[in-house]
Design a protein around this ligand. Structure first.
Ligand SMILES: NC(=O)c1ccc[n+]([C@@H]2O[C@H](COP(=O)([O-])OP(=O)(O)OC[C@H]3O[C@@H](n4cnc5c(N)ncnc54)[C@H](O)[C@@H]3O)[C@@H](O)[C@H]2O)c1
Length: 251
């Protein structure tokens, strides 16, 4: 397949793009390259990189494309709260616009990188699956939820949306993120020799390894349409309390 990966030079994207290429797919990345081209250096000869903004889709972005993985946008609470307007443009409106462009071009498969943070407002004493109600709280989670709903609505217009609600991702990527809890702990352990717990570390976090997250994208891209159309999947290995994680990293 020829696949467009928006945000393909980011933390998850740079792992995913490599996996897709190794699997024999052709990949075009659309990314504003906030972190440069370095994250894709290992596959530079085998990937087409379009330097652009998903809010203004460059001409030809969807040419020849069979499916889209949409990862571009603001990817955490602090950046979204810092500039809620930009967050809404990127995470909500640009997602809708890209999906509409796909419908016009007959590109059906559209996989959205959503987030378990849309469950943030719910009590954390029970396990929530995809049938649970959601209660997004901040700008980031609200925009992700809106994008999810818009994509599901557009299924009637010829789109095959697949929503991946990822837990907090961890592990090595050519573009490391150290704002994610496990990665933060590993960095602090190596740099400071100590881990910092806030509020006693009683909070729960759903976690997933970045390689497993990438595999999930691959699976839903390659799955028969009927198995994944308009499906929502929580992409999580397990739930951990922060203090438990700290002990694991410290050990
Ligand atoms: N990493 C996680 O723990 C996690 C968890 C849940 C959901 N997600 C979602 O998965 C997706 C990827 O996350 P990530 O961790 O790889 O984030 P990231 O910030 O590392 O990567 C995002 C990439 O998108 C690009 N980008 C940002 N705005 C853009 C725009 N307007 N136009 C084009 N490119 C743009 C950036 O340059 C970057 O390369 C995001 O949508 C994020 O919200 C991530």
């Amino acid at each position: 397949m020829k696949l467009l990966v928006t945000g393909g030079a980011g933390y998850i994207g740079s792992v995913l793009v490599r996996l897709l290429i190794e699997r024999g797919h052709q990949v075009r990345v659309l990314d504003r390259l906030y972190w440069g081209r370095g994250p894709l250096a290992a596959v530079a000869e085998r990937v087409e990189i379009v330097h652009g903004d998903v809010r203004h889709l460059p001409e030809g972005t969807l040419d020849g494309v069979d499916g889209v993985v949409h990862l571009a946008g603001l990817s955490n609470d602090p950046t979204a709260e810092y500039n809620p307007a930009a967050n809404w443009e990127m995470n909500a409106i640009a997602t809708e616009q890209l999906a509409l462009a796909c419908i016009r071009r007959g590109v059906r498969r559209f996989v959205l990188g959503s987030s378990c943070s849309i469950y943030d407002g719910l009590p954390t004493d029970e396990v929530l699956d995809e049938t649970a109600e959601v209660r997004p709280q901040g700008a980031y989670a609200t925009s992700k939820r809106w994008a999810e709903q818009r994509l599901i609505e557009l299924a009637g217009a010829g789109l095959t949306p697949v929503i991946l609600r990822q837990g907090t991702v961890y592990g090595y990527s050519p573009r490391m993120r150290y704002d994610l809890v496990v990665n933060t702990f590993v960095k602090d352990a190596l740099v400071h020799g100590r881990l910092f717990l806030h509020g006693g570390g009683w909070m729960w976090r759903p976690l997933v390894d970045v390689r497993d997250a990438a595999q999930t994208y691959l699976r839903v891209l390659e799955a028969p349409e009927a198995q994944v159309a308009s499906q929502i999947f929580n992409v999580v290995h397990d739930n951990y309390q922060i203090r438990q994680l700290a002990m694991l990293v410290a050990g």
